[in-house]
Ligand binder design. Structure first.
Ligand SMILES: Cc1ncc(C[n+]2csc(CCOP(=O)(O)OP(=O)(O)O)c2C)c(N)n1
Ligand code: SF4
Length: 283
């Protein structure tokens, strides 16, 4: 039986009180509840405080460049579709530097579980605005406040019909663990955007700010009703809904990509002569 202890316990470099702790605990609980052992899981992350989360548990990890977690994770999933590939990174990493990769991965519906620590700020580089910062957010780099409208990743993922789209809150770890569990079980691209207080560099979107606004979706919400899902995803302000917002049914990319028709790449013999010829051709 897989337990939370299998995923280990490590000292972190995070500030005391950071929302990242709630997400890390929820992730471990979800993995244990899903019966996934560490060797069955690959975490892929970029750069940032959130991107360090996979460093703090026992599992396979690929830590790449800022914003580039999704292409690396896509390659790993295509090479070995049996692997549970989880991308875990920040809002800057996933929606800013990695924004186009995010759109491409959703459109392809590649079978990844993507958990974003969305603190609406760049934490690691000390508090610049991120794509999800609210308009008017004042930082040292944006002293007059952010002029742009915030990117809504949940609304975008629903609009582009990712297979599973949820919003969670780091201050509700049990609720979040259940959402991550459902995302892990969903075929195709699964996004869990997690509201994550950054206690050092975001003094606006605090635990109290989120707690005043976060509401569980009503029991009657039908996540297979795309119009209702879009309306729920767009809601932001006095009320921010959390829960499973949308469930689609498109086939996952790896199920119909021609290169995998003969089985996973990872189990196949390598044709060294053909590889040598390709390398020679590219020289
Ligand atoms: C291409 C590139 N641009 C910028 C940076 C500098 N950089 C490192 S982390 C980071 C922001 C991280 O913010 P976020 O992804 O929201 O994560 P957080 O630290 O808030 O968890 C930036 C801009 C970089 N390493 N590489
Ligand atoms: S800077 Fe913010 S996001 Fe980074 S560890 Fe501290 S509280 Fe968490």
């Amino acid at each position: 039986m897989v337990t939370i202890a299998d995923y280990g316990k490590y000292e972190t470099a995070w500030c005391p009180g950071c929302g990242n702790f709630g997400i890390l605990g929820a992730m471990k609980a979800a993995l244990a509840a899903a019966g996934l052992a560490p060797h069955q899981v690959l975490f892929v992350s970029g750069i940032g405080q959130a991107a360090k989360a996979p460093h703090y548990l026992n599992a396979n990890v690929f830590n790449g460049l800022h914003g580039r977690a999704l292409p690396a994770a896509t390659g790993a999933k295509l090479a070995n579709p049996a692997l549970k590939v989880i991308v875990e990174s920040g809002d800057g990493c996933t929606y800013g530097e990695g924004g186009n990769h995010f759109l491409a991965a959703v459109r392809r519906n590649i079978g990844l579980t993507v958990v974003v620590h969305d603190n609406q700020v760049y934490g690691l580089t000390k508090g610049q605005a991120s794509p999800t910062s609210d308009a008017g957010f004042v930082t040292k780099a944006q002293p007059e406040g952010v002029h742009a409208e915030p990117f809504n990743p949940v609304e975008t993922a629903v609009a582009l019909k990712a297979n599973f789209v949820a919003r969670g809150f780091a201050g509700m770890p049990e609720h979040l663990a259940a959402l991550i569990g459902q995302a892990l079980a969903a075929p195709g691209f699964a996004l869990v955007d997690v509201l994550q207080p950054c206690v050092s560099f975001n003094k606006i979107n605090t635990y109290a700010w989120y707690r005043q606004r976060v509401r569980e979706l009503p029991a009657g919400h039908d996540p297979t009703d795309w119009t209702a899902a879009l309306a729920a995803a767009a809601r932001w302000g006095d009320e921010i809904p959390v829960g499973v917002i949308w469930r689609g049914s498109r086939p996952a990319y790896e199920e119909h990509v021609p290169a995998l028709a003969a089985g996973p790449l990872v189990g196949r013999e390598m044709d060294r002569e053909r590889l040598a010829a390709i390398i020679e051709h590219l020289r």
